[in-house]
Structure formats: C-alpha cells, structure tokens
Design a protein around this ligand. Structure first.
Ligand code: HEM
Ligand code: ISQ
Length: 154
C-alpha cells in the first residue's frame, strides 16, 4: 500500500476518534494494562490509586498525544517518506521513556493496545487489514524514532 493511501486511512479513523477522545484515552490505557499489568508502576497517574483514574487530565493528554503523533507520523510518511519529529520533542520523549525504564517489548504492548483502541473506535464495518496496516506502519516508524533517541542517550 502506498503511503498516500495509509495517510487517508489513518485520517479517516482519526475523524471518528476525535469526538470521543476522553473515553478512548481511558480505553487505550486500560488495554495497555490488560496486556501488561506490570507496566502499571511505570506511570505516575497510578501512583496513589488502585484503579485507573477515569478523569485524570495528564493521562488523557498523554494518551491523546500518542494518537496524534501516530497520525502525524502517517502524514509525514506520505509527504517525506520518513518520520520527522521535532528534535526537541524527540529528545524529550527519548529521555522520559529511558528514565521510566521503557523496553522494546513495551513498544509492542502499546502498539497492540493502540490498534485495539482504534478498532473499537471505528467499528467493525470500517476496520480492516488495510487500516490496521496503516496505523501499524505509522506507529512503527514513530516508535523507531523514539527508540533510536533512547539508544543515543543511554
Ligand atoms: C510519557 C508518547 C511509548 C510509557 C509519554 C508522553 C508522551 C508519550 C507524549 C508524555 C511526556 C510528557 O509530556 O511528560 C509515547 C509515544 C510512544 C510511547 C508516541 C510510542 C510510539 C511508550 C511505551 C511505554 C511508555 C512503549 C511503556 C509502557 C510512558 C511513561 C510515561 C510516558 C511511563 C510517563 C508518564 C508519567 O508518569 O507522567 N509518552 N509513548 N510510552 N510514556 Fe510514552
Ligand atoms: C504514554 N506513553 C505511551 C502510552 C500512553 C498511554 C496513555 C497515557 C500515557 C501514555
């Protein structure tokens, strides 16, 4: 599939997701912890609570950032053939994830949770292998950029 088609598919899903970002943020985060319960201790949102906070601005803002950065990544793959994250942003994300002890397998967990969240959001009549592939590719390039920054900093 061409990058241009992938961009269209990612944007199509995003248009649907936009209207329910608070709920999708919680679904996304809950799914991460369902797949990897041990990741719980990495996140400051959960420090003082047993349950996932349903109304935590930081959790929501971060989750939405992950959605948006993945969309941006699809746009850039189409326009430039590679993912370009502003250098300061990338350096910051590299250091945050390094400090929190993020490992390669964690990136697979977040990827799977992201894909499931998008699938639920768009519904079975819109979700298909092409859309899954488009989000996968966009996420993989973004994750690779963050991982490279983490390696550079370690
Ligand atoms: C924080 C994005 C993958 C764990 C953040 C923040 C963003 C972000 C935007 C907020 C930084 C801030 O403003 O302080 C991403 C993206 C990812 C990714 C785009 C993949 C492409 C992961 C993975 C893990 C992870 C794989 C491991 C499970 C965390 C943790 C924080 C964080 C623990 C700090 C949250 C806190 O306690 O404040 N991430 N992330 N992230 N991320 Fe990720
Ligand atoms: C930070 N990094 C990756 C995924 C996330 C999901 C929810 C909240 C914060 C996150």
């Amino acid at each position: 599939m061409a990058f241009s088609e992938q961009e269209v598919l990612v944007k199509e899903a995003w248009e649907i997701m936009k209207s329910s970002l608070p709920q999708l943020s919680i679904r996304f985060f809950t799914t991460i912890l369902e797949i990897a319960p041990a990741a719980k201790n990495m996140f400051s949102f959960l420090k003082d609570s047993e349950e996932i906070p349903q109304n935590n601005p930081k959790l929501q803002a971060h989750a939405v950032k992950v959605f948006k950065m993945t969309c941006e990544s699809a746009v850039q793959l189409h326009e430039m053939g590679k993912v370009v994250v502003a250098e300061t942003t990338l350096r910051y994300l590299g250091s945050v994830h390094l400090k929190k002890g993020t490992l390669d397998p964690h990136f697979e967990v977040v990827k799977e949770a992201l894909l499931r969240t998008v699938q639920e959001a768009v519904g079975d009549d819109k979700w298909n292998e092409e859309m899954r592939g488009a989000w996968s590719v966009a996420y993989d390039h973004l994750a690779e950029a963050i991982k490279a920054e983490m390696r550079a900093e370690a």
